[in-house]
Write a protein that binds this ligand. Sequence first.
Ligand code: BEZ
Ligand code: FE
Length: 645
Amino acid sequence: MRSFVHTADPSRVIFGAGTLERVRDEVERLGGSRVMLLSGGSHALRKDTERLRDVLGHLVAAEFAGAAMHTPVEVTEQALSLLRERQVDCLVAIGGGSTTGLAKALAVRTDLPQVIVPTTYAGSEVTPVLGETVDGRKTTRSSPAILPETVVYDVELTLGLPAAASMTSGVNALAHAVEALYSPDATPVTDAMALEAVTAVGRALPALHTDPSDLAARAELLEAAWLAGICLGAVGMGLHHKLCHTLGGTFGLPHAETHTVVLPHAMAYNAPAAPQAMERIARALGVPDAPAGVFDLISRVGGPTSLAGLGMAESDLDRAAELATSQPYPNPRELTRTGLGDLLRDAWQGRRPEGAPDLRPLTDEVVASFDRCTNPRLRQLLTDLVRTLHVYSIRNDLTPQEWQRAIDFLTEAGHITTDTRQEFILLSDTLGVSSVVDALTNSRTPDTTSSAILGPFYVAGPPAAEHGSDIAGDLPGTPLWADIRVTDREGEPVAGAVVDVWQSNEDGFYDVQLPDLDGPVLRARFTTDAEGRFTFWSILPSAYPIPDDGPVGRMLSTVGRHPYRAPHVHFLIDAPGYQPLITQLFVRGGAYLDGATGQRDTVFGIKDDLITDFVPRTGPTPDGRSVDGEWRLLDFTFRIARLDG
Ligand code: BEZ
Ligand code: FE
C-alpha cells in the first residue's frame, strides 16, 4: 500500500489561443488598478510586450524590462524601488523563467498578486518556489506568497519561441515530469499529470521539429509544461535537477540546454532503482527503454546531446561529481562519486545510454509501406498491428529462437486445423481475444441478454426440429426439458426467431468430434411461435476439456492451465429486424464457474447473467413424457435488441 500527502496549489489558469486579451480582466479580478509590467527586454518578445501594454492600457503604472537569469537580488531591489515609488498593486510578467522569477521575488517581498504570461515551457509559473542569487550564490525558498495567483497561457505567444529553444525548453518540462514519477513525494495525482506530460512532450517535440508553427503541437507542449510545472511544485526533484543546478551555477552552463543533455543520463543512472517509473515513461513514449528513448527523442529533434558541445571542460567533470554528491538529497538510487563521475563522462561525450537500438525508423518504414492501401480501416489495422508487434519484440528483447518457436507454433496450429478442428479459434479463445472482441461488439446493447463467444463447434444450418422434440437422440445423460422464450427489450415476444442450439454430450464431446456417430445430434434449429417460445428435450451438459492434443493444449499445460469449459448450452438467435445474439447458458453450481478457486472456464466465456438454474426435478414432466428418476428444467427468456436500437 502506498501512503502520501497531496496538496493542490491554488492557481487560476487561463489556457488558449489569443488569451493575452484577457490579462486586463484577470488583473481587475484580483483588484489591481496600478500594474507593474515586467519583462526581460528580449527583442523577440518586444511586439508581444507592446500588445500586453495595450491590453492593460491605463492600468500600467510602471514598467520594468530588466529581468535577468537566476534572479539576482540587485535587480529585484531596483524593481522594488520603482514598484514602491509608483504605488503598484499588481504584478504582470511576460516571458520565460527569469521574468517569472522576478515577479515571484517581488511578490514575496510585497505580497502583491501576480498574473504571469509564460512564453516558454519552464513551468515555474505554477510553483511556490523562488530561486535567487545573492552575491553570485543561488538560494531557494518556498512560500505561498511566491505562488502566482493567475497564469495566462497564450499558445500564440509560444509561436515566437525559436525552434531550438522550444526543444530544450520542452525537454526541461519533460525533466520535471520524469523526476516527479520517481519522487518519494509522488501521489496518484502527480503520477497522472506527469505521465500525461511525458506522452504529450513525446508527441509534440517531433511535430514541432517538422513544423515549428504547428499550433496544435504548440498547445500540446504548453499544456504539458503546465502539468509538469504542477508536478515540479508539488513534489521534490532528484538527481537530475541537482546536477543541472550544479552545472548551471558553478560552471555557468546554459539552463535548458543542460537539462536536455543531462536528462537521459540521470534517467539511466536512476533506472535500476526506479524500474516502475521507467517502464511507465517508456510506455508513455512508446519506446522499449526510457533513458535510451529520451536520448533518441532529443537527437531526433536536433537537441544538444553532449556537455562538451555546451562548452564544459573535461577537467571540470570530477569537481562537478564531487559537488553533486557533497550534500545528500532524496533520490531513488544512492549517489556515489564514481557513479556520478561515470554519468557525467557519458553526458560529456554524448554517449547514448545503453538500451535497445532505436528501431523507430524501421517501424516507420514498414508503416509507410501501407500508404498506398486504399481501404482506410485495413491500413489502420495493419499499421497498429505492426507498431504493436515491433514494440512487443523490442520490449521483450525477443531472440531469433523465440520468434522461430512462435512460428513453429503457428505452423503446427495450421497443420492440425481442418473443417471440424479449428486450432486458431482455440488460440484466440484461450488468449481471451475472442471474449475481448465479443465484449467490444456486444457490450453496447443495454437491457439485453449478454452475448458469449461462438466457439469452434458451431455448424451452420443445423437440422430443423419440432417444438418438444428430443435433440439428444439415444445418447445417455440426465434428461433436460428446455422452455425458452425470446422477447425484445420491453419483454414483447419475438415470433419467428430462428434459434440454433448446440451442446456437448455427457462425455464432453460435440458430434463433429465423433466421426462414428450417426448424423447431427445435440444440435438443432427451432423457430419461435407467436409467443416467442419453443421447447425441447436434451441432456444436462457437463464440463469438458477443449481439444488439447494440439499446440494450444501444450501451451495450456506448459503454463499450468487446465483445458476445461464450464458446462453450458450454446444458442444463436436470429430474428428479422433484430440484432443476432450468440450466447451460452451456464449450469449454476457447475464446475469451472468459480473465479475464486482460479479454476474458471479456460476460454473466459462466462458472464454472470448467463449462469442460470437447471432445476433438478422428479415426477411428471411438462409434456407427459415418462422419466425415471431426476430430470432438469431450464426455463429462460432471452432479450434481444432491435436493429434500429
Ligand atoms: C465451445 O464452447 O464449444 C468452445 C469454445 C471455445 C473453445 C472450445 C470450445
Ligand atoms: Fe461449448
